[in-house]
Design a protein around this ligand. Structure first.
Ligand code: SF4
Length: 331
């Protein structure tokens, strides 16, 4: 390989994938962990028990959170050992949400808002049941009334409940995800990727987890829109103060929390942004500059439990406390 080390660090980082362990005595073979894993890492054995079938686990805990018998343990967590995407400050420990304390430091209960925020998970399995338009409108209101930089409100929404159109969009996006996945993985494509990167650098596109997601969608094992009965496409105005992405992030988080409060589930689907490269679909969806597709939210009734608190990286927090003479880094 003659490619500059800079690109090898970017395209071929050294990854430590996660590892799950299934207790065969507890597993009842329901398959929910398989359905709820975005990368389909677990699979059912011939004896009907779940086991880890692929290595690209990024320790999201979606398998564990849905397991009705608590049979799954996350034994090792994802981190990047070397390369551009190296995890800093290293193999960061995963921790569950800290137990709440009151203002005096005494044990307290989580507030309803904390429970909603900490227990919310991406829902990737839905019932066929359609979502009433009255509820979709309440979710839209949560987005419309979101905070935005300078009150610029740089969003527009497209609601799609037409299954034929959702299928058509998925059919167009899936082969593009497949192409992206193949380009990432093929060593003979690295020079072309490097040239493309120089024109439009976007390092996040090469995060190993994106490659894993593109492969799952490209191979058709993860439906693009998760077979959800409703999709809200989030358009951002490119003139937005601070850029459209942060404003859409705030707006979409409000929408997902309100969706959950209405008994629905939601999942961000970022692959919809590939539509920006398809002029015919942009016209059909009535999207014109300065708007662009930033992301989308799949919405529907969860087919089974997919929520709950999970452990996440606990990165160091730097404190400068009142009255202290310097900084204190809390691990
Ligand atoms: Fe077994 Fe739990 Fe997976 Fe169901 S969700 S197949 S019980 S490990």
């Amino acid at each position: 390989m003659t490619l500059d080390q800079k690109y090898m660090d970017l395209f071929r980082p050294k990854v430590h994938w996660g590892k799950i362990e299934v207790d065969p005595d507890k597993c009842i073979g329901c398959g929910q962990c398989v359905q709820n894993c975005p990368g389909k890492i677990p699979a059912l054995d011939a004896d009907g028990k779940a086991h880890m079938s692929r290595v690209e686990c990024f320790s999201c805990s979606n398998c564990a959170v849905t397991c009705p018998t608590d049979a799954i343990t996350i034994r090792e967590t994802f981190f990047v050992e070397e390369g551009f995407h190296k995890t800093m400050p290293a193999d960061v420990p995963y921790k569950l949400p800290a137990q709440p304390l009151d203002a005096a430091g005494k044990p307290a209960e989580y507030t309803l808002v904390e429970k909603a925020v900490l227990g919310r998970r991406s829902v990737r399995n839905y019932k066929e049941q359609s979502v009433p338009e009255t509820l979709i409108r309440r979710i839209l209101e949560a987005g419309r009334l979101s905070p935005s930089t300078g009150n610029c409100q740089p969003w527009r929404f497209i609601v799609i409940t037409d299954k034929t159109l959702l299928d058509e969009l998925a059919t167009r996006i899936q082969p593009m995800a497949q192409m992206v996945s193949m380009m990432y993985r093929a060593d003979e494509m690295l020079e072309a990727l490097a040239a493309q990167y120089e024109v439009e650098p976007d390092p996040g596109l090469f995060d190993p987890r994106v490659q894993s997601g593109a492969q799952a969608i490209g191979e058709g094992i993860l439906p693009v829109f998760l077979n959800a009965p409703a999709l809200i496409v989030l358009l951002g105005d490119e003139r937005a103060i601070s850029g459209p992405e942060i404003n859409i992030g705030i707006c979409g988080q409000n929408m997902t929390l309100v969706a959950n409060s209405l008994g629905l589930g939601a999942c961000w689907v970022g692959f919809i942004s590939l539509v920006n490269m398809m002029p015919d679909l942009m016209e059909r969806l009535n999207i014109e500059a300065p708007y662009k597709v930033v992301s989308s939210l799949a919405i529907g009734y969860p087919a089974f439990k997919q929520e709950g608190m999970v452990a996440r990286e606990a990165k160091p927090v730097t404190w400068f406390r009142a009255g202290s003479s310097g900084r204190e880094v809390e691990q």
